[in-house]
Each structure stands twice: as C-alpha cells, then as structure tokens.
Design a protein around this ligand. Structure first.
Ligand SMILES: NC(=O)c1ccc[n+]([C@@H]2O[C@H](COP(=O)([O-])OP(=O)(O)OC[C@H]3O[C@@H](n4cnc5c(N)ncnc54)[C@H](O)[C@@H]3O)[C@@H](O)[C@H]2O)c1
Length: 271
C-alpha cells in the first residue's frame, strides 16, 4: 500500500465540533485539504460563517452547523441533519472545549488565592464539566447512533491535563479531561464490535483562542516554553498529521488509544 492509499480520507463524511477555531479548525482543514466532506459544528456563528466561506472559496466541500454542544437536543438535530446530508457519517472529531482558566499558581510562581481549591466557584466547575466532559459524552452518543450500521472513526480532543496535574490551569479542567479520556477507552471497548474506533488526541499547550487566546502573548507563553523539552509549544498546524492519521486507513486497528502531542512536556523538564 502506498502512502496516498494509506492516508486516503477522500469522500469521508466528517464532523468537527468546535471547528471554527484553533485545533478543530486544523482538523477540519487537513480533512478538507485531503478531499473529505466536512461539517463544522460550532457555537460561534460569526467565526463559523467566515471559516465556511473561506473554505468554500478555496474549493473545499465544507458546511457549517451553528450549535452549542451542551444543548443535547440541538446537537442531535445537527447530527441528524448532517447524516441526512451525506447519507452517512464516517469520522467525528469531538473537539469543542473551553479552558479552565488560571490555576492555583500565577505565572510568576506565586499562589493564586482565587483558584485555591476551596475558592473555585461552583459555576466554573459546572461550566467546564458541561462543555469539556458532558458534551463529549453527548457527541459520542450521537456519533455511535449514526455509525453503528457501517463503522466509523471517533477522535476526542483530551489534553495532557487528562494524565497529570496542572499548576497554571484550574482543577475542573483536569477532572473533565481525565473523565473524557476514560470515556474514550470505555466507548472504544464497547464499539469495537461495530468497527467503530475511538481514540484521543492529548495536546500539550497550543497557541489557539482558548482562554481568551492567552498563549498568543509571549509573556504568558514563556513559562510553558520553558517547561517544554523542545523549547516550544504547539501551533495548530502541528496537529494535522496526527488527525489525518487517526481518520485514515493507516489507523484502522488502533482503538482506545490516547496519543500525546506535546513536544515532550509530559516527560519532564529538560535543559
Ligand atoms: N490550546 C491548548 O493549549 C489545548 C491543549 C489541550 C487540549 N486542548 C483542547 O482542544 C480543544 C480545542 O481547543 P482550542 O485550543 O482549539 O480552542 P479554541 O478556543 O481556539 O477553539 C475552540 C472552539 O470550540 C468552540 N466552542 C466552545 N464551546 C462550545 C460549545 N459549547 N458549543 C460549540 N462550540 C463550542 C469555540 O467557539 C471555538 O471555535 C478543546 O477541547 C481544548 O480543551 C487545547
């Protein structure tokens, strides 16, 4: 099998939640660049409209569904409309998510009393769990419903926060991502029989619009870069190869995996 056939995703009916920005936009971009048919689901109507317009002018087969992934009924409606449009669903990226905001340490290493465990507001907990965990469950349910008849690929964006603790990110995010990671394994186990693979991509810090785009600021980025053995953090383009791989025939027998993409950050500090 040559490389073109191994990584062929042409014609695959693909959904990317949270695809109007950052990592999701990179997923949608690499799939559309390789002739997949892509539906981007996102709550940001304006950003979604601009992205779809740009993709279409570049000749790509991309459509948009404005939907808040925490609205189960609306999410199911969008999945139904998308499956009807394509006549099938092959690949789903469950990617929409938000950050947890600052952690128990400030970037200068001082304690941040606002984010001490006992001071984390319950509405922050509820919001992060709703978007970063419960909506992953709803997206898995919608995907499974549409894929059981003919198989498919589900790829969930978790985080390195799923497998280690954080100082600069608040606790609810860590809990949500760890929950999502275990949900990936559970769903992979159950759905293997239906030829549906379920895997996770666990990024380290990437420069996107998450948490108000704070990593675009070199001063905010600096401590993260210092803790990266490769001395840099991710740009959305860095994730395209892994996304294409997991959606392609090359990854046909891989399921229940969580693949870290972090420049070595989870390995520890280096020089
Ligand atoms: N950027 C990082 O450092 C990083 C690291 C690890 C994991 N992640 C994960 O990657 C995923 C994508 O984040 P990103 O960094 O690209 O952020 P981003 O803010 O650039 O993009 C997130 C997109 O999701 C959409 N979205 C947010 N809430 C939504 C909702 N309720 N319904 C529908 N759409 C919604 C936003 O409108 C936006 O278009 C998230 O799950 C995030 O937790 C990001």
């Amino acid at each position: 099998m040559n490389a073109a056939a191994l990584f062929d995703v042409s014609g695959l009916a693909t959904v990317v939640t949270g695809g109007a920005s950052g990592i999701g936009l990179a997923y949608a971009g690499v799939m559309a660049d390789n002739d997949a048919r892509v539906t981007i689901m996102d709550a940001d109507k304006r950003a979604l409209g601009e992205v779809v317009e740009r993709c279409r002018s570049a000749g790509q087969d991309v459509r948009g569904e404005v939907v808040d992934v925490t609205d189960r009924t609306a999410l199911e409606r969008s999945f139904d409309a998308t499956a009807r449009h394509y006549g099938r669903l092959d690949v789903v990226f469950a990617n929409a998510g938000i950050g947890g905001g600052p952690g128990f340490l400030k970037l200068d290493g001082e304690r941040n009393p606002d984010r001490a465990l006992e001071n984390i507001p319950s509405d922050l907990w509820d919001k992060v769990i709703a978007i970063d965990l419960t909506s992953v469950f709803s997206t898995l349910q919608a995907a499974a419903r549409h894929m059981k008849a003919r198989g498919g690929r589900i790829i969930v964006t978790t985080s390195i926060s799923a497998m280690r603790t954080e100082t600069f990110v608040a606790a609810p995010y860590v809990a949500a991502k760890a929950g999502a990671a275990q949900l990936v394994r559970q769903a992979a186990h159950e759905l293997a029989r239906y030829n549906i693979t379920v895997n996770a991509i666990a990024p380290g810090p990437f420069v996107t619009n998450i948490s108000g785009g704070r990593l675009k600021d070199p001063a905010v980025r600096a401590p993260f870069e210092r803790f990266s053995p490769m001395r840099r953090i991710g740009e959305p383009d860095d994730i395209k190869g892994l996304a294409l791989f997991l959606a392609s025939p090359a990854a046909a027998l891989i399921t229940g995996a969580q693949i870290v993409i972090d420049g070595g950050m989870t390995l520890g500090i280096a020089d």
